[in-house]
Design a protein around this ligand. Structure first.
Ligand code: HEM
Length: 451
């Protein structure tokens, strides 16, 4: 029994979701869950034959895409840590880096499977084809960084550890080149990734102390957007026969959402806004209820912002060819999506007018802000934060055509979270607690209606 217990403790101290003392670490749990979501989603779609005619190809693309983005995310930890004043973020950097390595290994294994495990052919292809050679170089580099990321290696390498790990900057550039080469004619995603990379690298060369003010961050956003424009132009000019000027003109046409460079600019401005919001939190206003509710209310607009940025509309998520409006008025609240009517008999039962859902949606966010303000222990606040982030994200996920099955899942998560929150909130404010479940139920109704 004691042996089993001490083994359990040893396992807990080693597990990625705990801190060094073996206690559950909410940030690590959240990041680990986020890192596991894409492969879980991929596996689920594969099991349900939902990956199209060539599932292996889709899986190779998907794992490559996530390897690149998770790698970039690891480069964003340092700026986020400094800009948001959250030194604690460093505890997930290693996990994110190792996550990128795992994605890249999975990506290679899928490629080898696609080649029927003829290892000789795979080796020759990697040697002969430039785009595969650089993919392999990145993978090797990620492997070296992954192996030397343990505490033992950090100690053993001393000062050289930092030098070695700066290799990540160059490797990310090589990974991005592989991304561009594999994307062929449409390099939109690769351009966004390259713009984000430019943002992270330009931030690193800004003089210390000058990298935090609003003007510097707005300048950084503009510079990263401009770099994305340069990458895009260069790709079409030198890599394809497509007229690069036509593509650049497209950047200024917003009818299909923001184009890559515009998106990079918007992301940069969003980062600047977040940093300012965080700075405001340190002031007297930041300590008040108004600030928390305001900050939480911004989450209610996440769906609209993503819709604007990506050019997604609710038509994308509505089933096609079914006549007759079921939910009149806008389903997503806010000024950005002007309220397309969902076609088809989507939901049986009562028809709720759009404005009721809008009010419920905003009220839910305001209530979460209120709960965040009233609750005192870190754990209670983590629950509210997680619920807030999940609620803000689901319209974004549900808007993406791929995210459709997430509707009921998000509804279930929303309701479970609401029940948990109600229990936690009860001793502090019964009135607020009593409102959480019905409001979350309305939002869940909306989640299912998006299907
Ligand atoms: C030995 C190593 C690697 C091999 C053999 C390899 C191979 C491939 C192949 C075959 C494709 C799909 C090409 C196509 O069918 O159009 C691809 C796409 C891709 N790979 Fe790799 N790759 C490797 C390493 C990496 C690494 C280390 C990363 C990132 C860190 C990466 C990121 C990507 C990305 C972003 C794509 C494009 C995904 C998309 O289309 O959205 N790859 N790779």
């Amino acid at each position: 029994m004691t042996l089993a217990l001490s083994r359990w403790h040893a396992f807990n101290a080693w597990a990625p979701w705990t801190d060094r003392r073996g206690r559950l670490h909410p940030l690590r749990v959240g990041v680990l869950a986020a890192l596991s979501l894409p492969p879980a989603w991929l596996a689920l779609r594969w099991a349900n034959d939902a990956l199209g005619a060539r599932p292996l190809q889709t899986a190779i693309h998907s794992t490559g895409y996530w390897a690149a983005w998770v790698f970039l995310a690891s480069l964003l930890v340092s700026p986020a840590k400094a800009l948001l004043g959250m030194p604690n973020l460093v505890v997930v950097r290693r996990m994110i880096g190792v996550g990128a390595l795992c994605y890249a290994v999975l990506h290679l294994l899928l490629y080898i499977t696609d080649q029927n495990w003829r290892l000789g052919v795979v080796a020759t292809e990697i040697l002969v084809r430039f785009y595969l050679t650089i993919g392999f170089v990145t993978l090797l580099g990620l492997g070296v960084l992954g192996v030397t990321s343990s505490d033992g290696w950090v100690k053993r390498l001393g000062r050289n550890w930092k030098r070695l790990h700066k290799l990540a900057y160059g490797l990310a550039a090589v990974a991005l080149l592989h991304f561009f080469l594999q994307s062929k004619a449409d390099v939109s995603q690769a351009t966004v990734a390259a713009g984000v990379y430019a943002w992270a690298m330009i931030w690193r060369v800004l003089p210390a102390g000058r990298d935090r003010g609003p003007a510097a961050l707005v300048g950084l956003a503009v510079a990263a957007g401009a770099m994305a424009l340069v990458f895009e132009y260069a790709w079409y000019r030198f890599g394809t026969r497509i007229d690069p000027l036509r593509v650049l003109r497209g950047e200024f046409d917003l009818s299909f959402g923001l184009r890559p460079a515009g998106l990079v600019l918007a992301l940069g401005l969003l980062a600047a806004g977040l940093v300012e919001l965080r700075a405001l939190a340190q002031t007297r206003f930041g300590a008040g209820l108004g600030y928390t509710v305001l900050a939480y209310l911004l989450g209610a607009l996440a769906g609209d912002a993503a819709g604007l940025a990506m050019g997604w509309t609710l038509d994308d998520v509505a089933p096609e060819g079914q006549p007759g409006p079921v939910l009149p008025g806008p389903v997503l609240p806010g000024p950005v999506l002007p309220g397309p009517v969902l076609p088809g008999p989507v939901l049986p039962g009562p028809v709720l007018p759009g404005p009721v859902l809008d009010v419920a949606w905003f009220a839910l966010f305001a209530l979460l802000g209120l709960a965040r303000y009233r609750l005192r222990t870190a754990w209670q606040r983590h629950i509210v934060d997680a619920l807030w982030a999940g609620t803000a994200l689901w319209p974004v996920l549900a808007m993406d055509a791929e995210g459709r099955p997430l509707g009921p899942a998000s509804a279930a998560v929303l309701l479970t979270g609401a029940l948990l929150l109600t229990r936690r909130l009860w001793p502090v404010s019964r009135h607020a607690a009593m409102l959480v479940v019905p409001l979350a139920a309305l939002a869940a109704y909306q989640a299912i209606a998006l299907l």
